[in-house]
Design a binder for this molecule. Structure first.
Ligand SMILES: [Zn+2]
Length: 71
C-alpha cells in the first residue's frame, strides 16, 4: 500500500517514444523532431538518453550533409 515516491526529485526519462532510459542531455524538442526522431507526445522537452543523444548528433550531422552528398 505504501508507495515510495519523491515528488520533488523526479528523474526525467528519455523523450524518445518507447525509450525508458534516464536522460543525459536536453535538446530542444523541435530539433530532435527535425532530426527525424520520434518524441513522445507527453514530453515538452527533448530529453535524450546517452544513446539517443548520440543518434541525434549523428542524424543532425547527416541532415546538414544532405544536398552535398549525391547518390
Ligand atoms: Zn533514449
Amino acid at each position: 500500500m505504501v508507495e515510495r515516491k519523491s515528488p520533488e526529485k523526479k528523474t526525467e526519462k528519455c523523450a524518445i517514444k518507447g525509450c525508458t532510459n534516464e536522460y543525459e542531455r536536453s535538446v530542444a524538442k523541435d530539433l530532435v523532431e527535425e532530426a527525424g526522431m520520434e518524441v513522445d507526445e507527453d514530453q515538452k522537452k527533448g530529453y535524450l538518453c546517452k544513446e539517443h543523444y548520440k543518434e541525434y548528433k549523428k542524424r543532425s550531422k547527416n541532415e546538414r550533409k544532405i544536398g552535398t552528398l549525391g547518390h
